[in-house]
Design a protein around this ligand. Structure first.
Ligand code: P6P
Length: 337
C-alpha cells in the first residue's frame, strides 16, 4: 500500500515551493481543512437532521437547528477568524465583508472568499454539495484591509480550492503550482493525498448545462448544444449530458473525466447566475492549473474586473478544446445575441 500523506504533511512539504513563505498560507489552508471536516460531519447527517428538524427538535445546546449552509458559513468563519492568518472573510452568505480585527489577526495578510455550502438545495435529496474558497494577499500590508482587497481580479489569487461532499469527501486545491486532491479518511479523520497532480483532459465527451433554460440561451449557446448532440463518431459525438445542479460536483466530475460546464446569461440571469468572486474565479484558477480553460464566452474569467462582492458572470469552464469550440459558436453567433 502506498504511504499515506495527509493534507497537513503535504502543505508543509510544498511550503518549500514558496521561498519567502513563513508558514502563514500553510496554516490558513490547514484552518480551511479543519472547517471542512466539521462541515462534512454535519452534511453527512443532514438527512437525519431534516427528519429530526420536522419535529421542531433542537440540538444539545438548546439551539434551534440551523440551516446547513448557515452552519457551514459559521464553521468556516470561526476557523478563519481564530486561525490568525485571515484579515477579511467574504462569504456568499453575508451581504458585507467580515473584517477580522482580533489581536490574533493583527498581522494577517490574507483575504478569503468562500461559498460555504454551494448547491445546498440538493442536501434534502442527498445530492453532492460543495464548499469553495479563494485566497488573496492583502494589497497594502501597511493599511487595514477593505473591500478593495477583496475586489481583485482572479489572476491575483494565491490559492483556491473546493470540498466536494459526495460518495466520499474530497478537498481539491491549488496554490498556482498544479492541482492536488485529498480524500477524507474517516477512520483517521484526515484528508489524504489521493489525486496528485490532477490534469483535466484537453478533450471530453460531457457537457453540463441546465437545458431547461434553453429558450433563454444566447444563440451561440443553443448552436453549441446542438453541436454536442449531433452524431459524429470522428469527434465522439453525441456527447453525454450530465448536470447535477451543484457546480462543485459537476466541475469535479469534468475535471476528472473531461467535459465542459456552461452557465450562460439567461432571461432570469442577465449577468449569469454564478458569482465571480467565490465561485467562478476559484474554480477557474483550479481548472486552468489543471490545464483547462475558463471564460465568460469571450474573456478569461480570471482577467474580469471585480467591481462588487456578489457580482455574477456567465461561465464556460472545463476541457480546453471544448471551451474553445463553445467560444467559436459564441463568436460566430455574435457573443451575446
Ligand atoms: P440552476 C447551486 O444553487 C448553484 O449555485 C450551483 O452550484 C449550480 O451549478 C447552479 O446554481 C445551478 O443553477 O439554475 O441550474 O438550478
Amino acid at each position: 500500500m502506498n504511504e499515506v500523506k495527509t493534507l497537513g504533511q503535504f502543505i508543509i512539504e510544498k511550503q518549500a515551493d514558496f521561498p519567502y513563505a513563513k508558514g502563514e498560507l500553510s496554516r490558513l489552508l490547514r484552518d480551511i481543512g479543519i472547517a471542512a471536516k466539521i462541515v462534512n460531519r454535519e452534511v453527512n447527517k443532514a438527512g437525519l437532521m431534516d427528519i429530526l428538524g420536522q419535529t421542531g427538535s433542537t440540538n444539545i445546546q438548546g439551539e434551534h437547528q440551523q440551516k446547513l449552509d448557515i452552519f457551514a458559513n459559521g464553521q468556516f468563519i470561526k476557523a478563519l477568524t481564530s486561525g490568525g492568518e485571515c484579515c477579511i472573510v467574504a462569504s456568499e452568505e453575508n451581504e458585507d465583508i467580515i473584517v477580522i480585527d482580533s489581536p490574533v489577526a493583527h498581522n494577517a495578510k490574507y483575504i478569503v472568499a468562500i461559498d460555504p455550502l454551494d448547491g445546498s438545495s440538493n442536501i434534502d435529496v442527498n445530492v453532492a454539495v460543495g464548499s469553495i474558497f479563494s485566497i488573496y494577499r492583502k494589497i497594502n500590508t501597511d493599511a487595514p484591509a477593505t473591500i478593495v482587497d477583496v475586489c481583485q481580479p482572479g489572476k491575483q489569487q494565491v490559492a483556491a480550492g473546493y470540498v466536494v461532499y459526495g460518495s466520499s469527501t474530497m478537498l481539491v486545491y491549488t496554490t498556482g503550482k498544479g492541482v492536488n486532491g485529498f480524500t477524507l479518511d474517516p477512520s483517521i479523520g484526515e484528508f489524504c493525498l489521493s489525486h496528485p497532480n490532477m490534469r483535466i483532459p484537453a478533450d471530453g465527451c460531457i457537457y453540463s448545462v441546465n437545458e431547461g433554460n434553453y429558450v433563454h440561451f444566447p444563440k451561440g449557446v443553443k448552436q453549441y448544444i446542438k453541436y454536442c448532440q449531433v452524431e459524429d463518431s470522428t469527434t465522439n459525438r453525441p456527447y453525454t449530458s450530465r448536470y447535477i445542479g451543484s457546480m462543485v460536483a459537476d466541475l469535479h466530475r469534468n475535471l476528472i473525466k473531461g467535459g465542459i460546464f456552461i452557465y450562460p446569461v439567461t432571461a432570469h440571469a442577465p449577468q449569469g447566475k454564478l458569482r465571480l468572486v467565490y465561485e467562478c474565479n476559484p474554480m477557474a484558477f483550479i481548472v486552468e492549473q489543471a490545464g483547462g480553460k475558463a471564460t465568460d464566452g469571450l474573456n478569461r474569467i480570471m482577467e474580469l474586473p471585480v467591481t462588487e462582492l456578489h457580482q455574477r458572470s456567465p461561465i464556460f469552464i472545463g476541457s480546453k478544446n471544448m471551451v474553445d469550440m463553445a467560444e467559436r459558436f459564441m463568436h460566430d453567433a455574435g457573443i451575446l445575441s
